[in-house]
Write a new protein. Structure first.
Length: 529
């Protein structure tokens, strides 16, 4: 096999095709020669990082073969009147959704070991699937399937049956809520709401849940930093930012893609996602608390202007999308607006991420580095010299984790504007209903794609029934729903600290002031820096 992405993929395809074919296979015991694979640690010139060597690839092939062989049974082939001529392996059943996920997980683990970034995956199963309960519990032990986010697909029929007290719908809902409260898995994805406005039926989303995609379709996303416009007296510059962003993204749909199938669906849909980040910063710098947007807490004098702004910007984006698509003689984008997690993007200007509230006013931030990469290994060594805690990642090989005590930047900025620091509500200070109501408001007024949002809740604060009732009320208005209880995962990206703990831990070091929202996909794989 060749030492390239194409070479590795060809070997994997050969393995799976050998299993899936209905024809007789002469050589069932496949042998793959990995002599040409460059050794571990060799520099990857094209994509950056370093090679992982042949071992992770060999493990992947063994793991995939084990899953496939698990669906086989030995059947005796007899001649008349009954003599056994030979025994052959025969597939006893098609791959289940869980077995397909196991294969994808094996591939993703191989990706983790090479280069500088792990895979990003979303696994979704419809609530009516016969294996739904196995799927709901597939990540309950924190081990298998750590490379993917998982979500249960629900629809209008599920909502109806749940409201009518259907026992299966109730059992599924209870199992999902119990999983959410245990470790944040699974989430929900409302396929009926997601299909509104689509040209063709869609079935799933990108790994973070903000964009519904057809097979082979690409994400084309960009974000307007609302925080940067918080102190402007009018919305003229904000409108211009939205006009420029939608034009930029439509132009980006002309970029080269890796496969003709991607080109075809890209040309047809021109799907883009103008997103927002720095939303809590925008509100806080106007003296508005995020929790004030829930119906039971709403203060129209505080929230009306923000809602009108969202509707105004949505109109600006859609109008500019139609005009620019006409100018370029391409279809108007099927959808134009979204909210992504914006983890790394928000780090650059130092603002709150997406529509998320800050995680805490003081916190430990954990960053993952590839210990196999010489440059990143040197950075790890320097962190240790500077007195920061460095330890091996418990989820991925060749990865280390640095813990950095940090103060929330937004608190300092708001105080400098003359507001009380309490206007910045950390996520543990906002109720679950208020969090999801804010997401529902953003879904209604802004996003025609989806809103990627993780509602972080203090562990033990809510019962299964309380969460179940809140979700049942709000699910019809949310495309994607993810809950994450605090303190359930070792080496979580963020860990809340009291002010006293922060001052004790950071004593003697230069103060780190930064934003504190969980980055990227909160229940999936964090990128390796």
């Amino acid at each position: 096999m060749g030492d390239s992405r194409e070479g590795w993929a060809a070997a994997l395809v050969d393995l799976i095709d050998t299993f899936m074919t209905d024809d007789h296979v002469e050589h069932e015991n496949r042998v793959y020669d990995v002599t040409n694979v460059r050794p571990k640690g060799a520099r990857l010139k094209t994509f950056g990082g370093t090679a992982s060597g042949p071992a992770p690839f060999a493990k992947m092939l063994h793991d995939v073969a084990a899953v496939l062989n698990g669906t086989n049974v030995l059947v005796d082939i007899r001649s008349w009147p009954g003599e056994v001529v030979r025994s052959e392996k025969v597939r006893s059943h098609p791959l289940t959704c869980i077995e397909a996920m196991e294969i994808d997980h094996a591939i993703a683990q191989c990706v983790v070991a090479g280069g500088v970034r792990r895979s990003a995956r979303m696994a979704m199963v419809h609530w009516q699937d016969p294996h739904i309960f196995d799927f709901i519990s597939c990540k309950s032990d924190f081990g298998d399937h750590f490379t993917t986010n998982i979500s249960v697909i629900v629809d209008d029929d599920f909502m109806l049956k749940l409201s009518q007290g259907d026992q299966r719908a109730k059992d599924i809902h209870e199992a999902c809520v119990e999983g959410m409260l245990a470790n944040g898995e699974p989430g929900y994805f409302n396929i009926s709401l997601a299909n509104e406005g689509e040209l063709d039926e869609i079935y799933a989303t990108n790994p973070c849940g903000e964009i519904t995609l057809h097979p082979w379709e690409n994400c084309v996303l960009g974000h307007v930093n609302l925080d940067a416009f918080a102190t402007d007296p009018d919305n003229e510059r904000l409108e211009e930012a939205h006009r420029l962003m939608i034009r930029f993204l439509i132009r980006a749909t002309f970029a080269d893609v890796a496969d003709p199938k991607s080109r075809e669906i890209q040309d047809k849909n021109r799907r883009v996602g103008v997103g927002h980040t720095g939303v809590q910063g925008y509100l806080a710098k106007k003296g508005i608390r995020l929790s004030q947007f829930a119906s039971k807490n709403e203060h129209p004098s505080h929230t009306a202007n923000f809602k009108r702004m969202l509707e105004q910007m949505a109109s600006v984006v859609d109008r500019e999308a139609r005009d620019y698509a006409f100018e370029l003689r391409v279809p108007t984008p099927v959808k134009t607006r979204t909210v992504a997690p914006t983890g790394t993007i928000s780090k650059m200007p130092g603002v709150s991420e997406g529509i998320h509230p800050v995680y805490a006013k003081y916190f430990n931030r954990r960053i993952r580095f590839s210990s196999a990469d010489p440059d990143q290994a040197e950075r790890l060594r320097q962190y240790e010299v500077d007195g920061y805690h460095v330890e091996p990642c418990i989820y991925s090989a060749n990865t280390s984790v640095v813990t950095i005590p940090t103060k929330e930047l937004l608190v300092q900025q708001v105080e400098e504007l003359g507001y009380d620091a309490d206007v910045v509500e950390s996520v543990d200070e906002i109720g679950l209903y208020e969090l999801l109501a804010f997401q529902a408001m953003y879904q209604k007024l802004w996003a025609d794609n989806a809103v990627s949002f993780t509602a972080n809740i203090p562990e033990g604060k809510y019962s299964t029934k309380e969460v179940g009732d809140i979700l049942q009320e709000l699910l019809p208005y949310l495309k994607g729903t993810t809950l994450m209880p605090d303190g359930t995962r070792p080496q979580a990206p963020y860990e809340r600290l009291t002010r006293e703990q922060y001052e004790l831990i950071s004593a003697g070091r230069q103060e780190v002031v930064e934003d504190s929202v969980d980055e990227d996909c909160a229940t999936g794989a964090c990128p390796i820096r």
